[in-house]
Design a protein around this ligand. Structure first.
Ligand code: PSV
Ligand code: MN
Length: 429
């Protein structure tokens, strides 16, 4: 740590916030003393929490209408790791990166692993992209990948996922996330049952190539790129498939992959009970899979999700889940968005730890609806910024990460050595 941003630089920028922080944190501690909460235990739980950064979220994203590249955008996975290290040095909560192949293909995976380790970063789950054709690819995924009508194309997609496992092993990853865009735009285009069956046959093949200590996550999404029917469209389908595949297969919840007004926190609870919640992709949305910054639209929902996640007393399951950010930063510097999002996720997590679960249970048993609702409200409305700042201060990270980041003039400096690829081409990341 502190290879990308030195401790001195951070401490120097922390100075102007020390007084204010001391007063805010005193007030927070005093408030907490009046409740049943153990502040040291809460701090410990927050310190143990890690969020993986998505390699693809470090470059400027775009929509199908266009893309506006940012200053000093990273050109490759090595530069994305450098940017991830800046975030982790300032925030201290994001010590891993989740790569996406073939976007992050390199010649030497050992070199990639060593490079990340130099910054104290690890690799989280690897992701396989069979939703796009690559230049000169002789088979096309236009009509599907793992579920394609053609066995030859299904086999190619399967083999590609197995190749991702091989690469993942070389960089120390412990799992693979599979998301496919397979589906159709027209009623009659696809046989629902046959395409799901093809998916299972392909996934069984991939599953049989998983190392013993790996997991495979099945990500679902209701629509896009397919606008009429999607093969793995919801948590039920993901659950049924994961169950049939076996113990190493789990479901992944991407917050943007639900139709508007879905009660996602209930899905979280169901999958925890079914012992099949394996991973999270955090982002926020107003309409669909908008990939907006976590907590920017609906921080209350994020809090309710964490309230379900932290329900379990010893948090054994909680610690086995892979948490990751999956966002598209079209208008902002991705580093700033990722810092802000990390903070918002930690805010939701911290607030959920303030909920007295035993008290909630007793209020529920007494049918004290207002009491229960109020218990959640009090936690949600508690300002935990000073707690998170205190944790960062104690860990030598930045009290005010955006302030310190801006002082670094980082992207302008990087622009001098990074190529401005200026790809105005459309494309969602
Ligand atoms: C699909 O929308 C998704 O959420 C999947 O996780 C992909 O891997 C990622 O976005 C990349 O665009
Ligand atoms: Mn996702």
């Amino acid at each position: 740590m502190f290879e990308a941003v030195t401790k001195n630089r951070i401490e120097e920028n922390n100075k102007s916030f020390l007084d204010e922080q001391a007063r805010d944190y005193d007030y927070f501690q005093e408030k907490l003393l009046r409740t049943n909460n153990d502040i040291n235990l809460i701090k410990k739980k927050i310190n143990n929490f890690n969020l993986a950064l998505p390699s693809w979220g470090l470059g400027t994203g775009g929509t199908r209408f266009g893309r506006f590249p940012g200053i000093g955008d990273p050109n490759n996975i090595f530069q994305k790791i450098e940017d991830s290290a800046v975030i982790n040095d300032l925030m201290g909560a994001t010590n891993s990166v989740s790569p996406h192949f073939p976007w992050d293909n390199v010649d030497d995976y050992k070199e990639l692993k060593d490079y990340a380790n130099k910054f104290d970063l690890k690799f989280d789950l690897v992701n396989s992209n069979t939703f796009q054709d690559q230049t000169n690819q002789e088979h096309s995924y236009k009509f599907g990948s793992l579920t394609n009508n053609s066995k030859k194309i299904r086999d190619k997609a399967t083999e590609f996922n197995i190749e991702c496992i091989r690469k993942g092993k070389l960089i120390g990853s412990k799992g693979l996330t599979v998301w496919i865009g397979d589906g159709g735009n027209y009623p009659g285009q696809q046989n629902f049952s046959k395409s799901l069956n093809n998916y299972m046959v392909s996934m069984k093949d991939i599953y049989s190539n998983l190392p013993d200590d790996w997991k495979i996550l099945l990500e679902y999404k209701p629509y896009e790129p397919a606008f009429y029917s999607t093969v793995v469209n919801d948590w039920g389908t993901s659950y049924i498939c994961a169950k049939e595949l076996g113990q190493k297969a789990m479901c992944l919840i991407d917050l943007g992959h639900h139709l508007p007004n879905t009660n996602i926190e209930m899905i979280v609870s169901r999958l925890i009970d079914l012992k099949k919640l394996g991973g999270f992709h955090f982002n926020d949305s107003q309409y669909g899979d908008d990939d907006l910054d976590s907590g920017s639209i609906n921080p209350h929902q994020l809090f309710l999700i964490f309230n379900e996640l932290t329900e379990e007393k010893n948090m054994e399951n909680f610690n086995k889940i892979n948490y990751m950010i999956d966002q598209s930063h079209n208008l902002t510097d991705p580093i700033e968005s990722l810092i802000q999002s990390t903070n918002e996720i930690l805010v939701a997590y911290a607030k959920s730890l303030l909920v007295d679960k035993a008290k909630l249970e007793s209020l529920q048993n007494d049918n004290d609806i207002i009491g229960a609702s109020n218990l959640l409200k009090v936690a949600f409305n508690t300002d935990v910024y000073s707690l998170l700042k205190q944790i960062r201060l104690e860990n030598h990270n930045a009290i005010n990460p955006i302030f310190t980041y801006r002082k670094l003039n980082y992207k302008n400096e990087k622009a001098k050595e990074r190529k401005n690829l200026k790809t105005p081409s459309p494309g969602i990341i």
